[in-house]
Ligand binder design. Structure first.
Ligand SMILES: [Zn+2]
Length: 315
C-alpha cells in the first residue's frame, strides 16, 4: 500500500484501497492530541486503514473518534471492525444513521438493491458496531481535538438524508464525504454522486450553498483526494447537479425507454477525462450509472419537481 499522505497540517489522507484499487475511496486521520478518523471505508478496507494509522506511528487505541459522514457501505462499512481495534473510540453519526451501525441488516439489504453483486463483493460484509461506542451528533456540534483544532459538524443532506460534513478549524478545511460530489484530483474533474434511494436534488444544492458560507480553503473528498480550488469546485458542483438534472429529466420526458440506457452516451462523455485509467474508469462508470438511476428515482418520487430544473435554468 502507499503510505498515508499529509494533505494539510495534521491531516492525513489514508487510501482505503477499496477492492484493492488505489485512489478510489479515502479516509482521513486528524492527528491532534485527540485523534479523529473521518470515515471508516468499506468492510474490506478496515485492515488497510489500521495499517495506515500504524504507519503514522499512531496506536489505533489512541483514536478518540471515528466520525461517519454517512452510512453508505463505502464510508461506514469498516466501523464495526475498526472499533474492535479502537475500543475507546466514539463512533459519531447522524441520529438517523445510528441504528444502522448497530444493526446493519437493513443497510446491507438496501445496498444490495442499488449495487451490483461485484460491488457488494468488493465492499465485503459489514460487522455491527458495539452500541456502547455509538454517539449521535447533529448540525453545529463541536468536537474538540486540541487547543488549535476543533471539528464542527455541518449537516449536508442531499446525497443522503443523514449526511454530515466536518469543518476543521486549523486549515479551514471541510471533510465533505459525498455531499459535493466525487473528485478526481489528477484530472481536476468533478462528478455528481446522486444514488437512489434517498438522493434529493434540492437538498444537495442547498447543502452546497450552505458550504459556500464557510471560510473554506481546502476540500477533502471521500472519492478521492483534496482540492484548494474551493470556489470553483463548489460552483462546478452546483452547475453539474443542475445540468444532470435537466438532461435526465428531458430523457425521462422524451423517451419511452429506460433513461439509464438512453443516457449511456452522455455518461461516457462525462467520463472522458479519466478514460485512460481503466480500473477506475470502469468503477466510475458504474457509479455514474447509479447516479443517473438516483435522479430517475428522485424525479419519480417528486413528480412536482419535474419542471424544477428548467425553472432554475431560466434564473
Ligand atoms: Zn461514497
Amino acid at each position: 500500500m502507499s503510505g498515508p499522505c499529509e494533505v494539510a497540517e495534521n491531516i492525513y489522507l489514508i487510501d482505503t484501497e477499496e477492492g484493492f484499487i488505489p485512489r478510489l475511496t479515502a479516509a482521513y486521520l486528524v492527528n491532534e492530541g485527540r485523534k479523529a478518523l473521518i470515515d471508516a471505508g468499506c468492510p474490506n478496507s478496515a485492515s488497510t486503514i489500521l495499517k495506515g494509522i500504524q504507519r503514522l506511528g499512531v496506536d489505533p487505541k489512541e483514536v478518540s473518534y471515528i466520525i461517519i459522514t454517512h452510512i453508505h457501505l463505502d464510508h461506514a462499512g469498516g466501523a464495526g471492525t475498526l472499533v474492535k481495534e479502537m475500543p475507546y473510540a466514539k463512533v459519531l453519526v447522524h441520529p438517523r444513521g445510528a441504528k444502522h451501525l448497530t444493526d446493519p441488516t437493513k443497510l446491507i439489504s438496501s445496498a444490495m438493491q442499488v449495487l451490483s453483486p461485484e460491488e457488494m463483493e468488493r465492499y465485503g460484509l459489514m460487522n455491527p458496531v458495539n452500541p456502547e461506542n455509538v454517539e449521535v451528533v447533529d448540525d453545529n456540534a463541536v468536537i474538540e481535538l486540541s487547543s488549535q483544532q476543533r471539528l464542527k459538524v455541518v449537516y449536508t443532506p442531499g446525497h443522503a438524508h443523514h449526511h454530515l460534513s466536518l469543518y476543521e478549524e486549523r486549515n479551514k478545511g471541510l471533510f465533505a464525504g459525498d455531499a459535493i460530489g466525487e473528485y478526481v484530483a489528477e484530472a481536476q474533474f468533478l462528478f455528481v454522486d446522486t444514488p437512489a434511494p434517498s438522493f434529493d436534488l434540492t437538498l444537495a444544492l442547498e447543502s452546497i450553498e450552505k458550504v459556500k458560507q464557510l471560510p473554506l480553503e481546502i476540500l477533502y473528498f471521500g472519492h478521492f483526494g483534496v482540492s484548494r480550488k474551493v470556489e470553483e469546485i463548489l460552483r462546478v458542483a452546483q452547475d453539474k447537479l443542475k445540468t444532470w438534472g435537466e438532461v435526465i429529466r428531458q430523457a425521462m420526458k422524451n423517451s419511452a425507454g429506460d433513461p439509464v440506457e438512453t443516457l449511456k452516451e452522455f455518461v461516457y462523455a462525462e467520463l472522458e477525462p479519466i478514460r485512460g485509467d481503466v480500473a477506475r474508469h470502469n468503477i466510475w462508470a458504474a457509479w455514474a450509472t447509479e447516479s443517473v438511476a438516483g435522479y430517475v428515482d428522485y424525479f419519480k418520487r417528486t413528480q412536482g419537481n419535474l419542471f424544477w430544473a428548467r425553472k432554475q435554468g431560466e434564473k
